[in-house]
Design a protein around this ligand. Structure first.
Ligand code: NCD
Length: 304
């Protein structure tokens, strides 16, 4: 059975199929309105979420299916000590597909071992977030017309930002992509990702100042400093405002820059940037729903 646990498990061709399908859903939503009638999506969210959970649920509803689930661990039997494996065995009796977000890295992979239905990783700790990457890929393809030959800057919390880890992994496979990794020393990407890039000879540089490199970028992917993953509050307070993209900094960038952010934002993008045509983070939100529709279709088709 197919799951969506890590974006690296999905081939370039499969990702292309998902993007083509999402484009087709955007063009002809009525063709898909009954695709999932009588099918159920369970959303098991052990961590807070706005976009990921609601877009999964909206995606299933738009396909004619229904949704059930919980939005916090405290309202599930996890609060009584139930394991992820027992919860998933239970929920697979009720639902056809499960989207799970969990603070523990690898929890959705464990869930997949016990589930009789496809599992989607909707974010596992500071590790991966493959369905945000689906939203990001479609946004890049629609905005830039390509996924190759791009200079992509990731800025902010590259250590704990799981959306960065998944998108970096996905984009490393496209020809001619270069990365500029912009972060404070303490929030650089994890060593295993740096090793993967070196092994695959993916070009990248690591810098600390956004102003020095913004002009060279085709895409700027801003991120929030992940407060919930810090061991102490003082470090968070010291680092939280390391980068703030405002009109002045944006004025240094290319007119064709695409600014992305997985959201939620705190301070790292000033609201005055929202009206700039280069700001694409709310398009990303919308495209995320269509990519999740495509993913549900693919996973449930594969299961049938
Ligand atoms: C991200 C997440 O949960 O990792 N949000 C999202 O799903 N779009 C980013 C974040 O929380 O900063």
């Amino acid at each position: 059975m197919r799951h969506m646990l890590d974006i690296a498990d999905w081939s370039i061709e499969e990702l292309q199929w998902l993007m083509d399908t999402a484009d087709d859903i955007i063009a002809k939503p009525e063709d898909y309105a009954n695709a999932m009638v009588r099918k159920k999506l369970a959303s098991l969210f052990y961590e807070p979420s706005t976009r990921t959970r609601l877009s999964f649920e909206a995606a299933m509803l738009e396909l004619g299916g229904s949704v059930l689930g919980f939005s916090e661990a405290s309202s599930s039997s996890a609060s009584k000590g139930e394991s992820v494996s027992d919860t998933v065995r239970t929920v697979s009796c009720y639902a056809d597909i499960i989207a799970m977000r969990h603070p523990k890295e690898g929890a959705p992979t464990v869930a997949a071992r016990y589930s009789s239905v496809p599992i989607v990783n909707a974010g596992d700790g500071g590790h991966n977030h493959p369905t945000q990457t689906l939203a990001d890929l479609l946004t890049i393809r629609r905005e830039k017309g390509r996924l190759q030959n791009l200079v992509i800057g990731f800025c902010g919390d590259l250590q704990f930002g799981r959306t960065v880890h998944s998108l970096l992994t996905a984009m490393s496979r496209y020809q001619g992509v270069k990365f500029v990794l912009i972060s404070p020393e303490e929030l650089r990407i994890p060593a295993y990702l740096r090793e993967n890039m070196l092994k695959a000879q993916v070009p990248f540089s690591e810098v600390q100042k956004l102003e020095d490199v913004i002009k060279s970028l085709d895409i700027l992917y801003m991120t929030r400093v992940q407060r919930e993953r810090f061991f102490n509050e003082a470090d968070y307070v010291r680092l939280k405002d390391s980068y703030i993209l405002d009109k002045q900094k944006l004025a240094l960038a290319h007119s064709q820059l695409t600014v992305l952010h997985p959201l939620p934002r705190v301070n790292e993008i000033s609201q005055s940037v929202d009206s700039d045509p280069r700001a694409c983070y709310f398009k990303q939100v919308l495209y995320g729903k269509f990519m999740r529709e495509a993913l549900i279709l693919k996973l449930l088709e594969a299961k049938a």
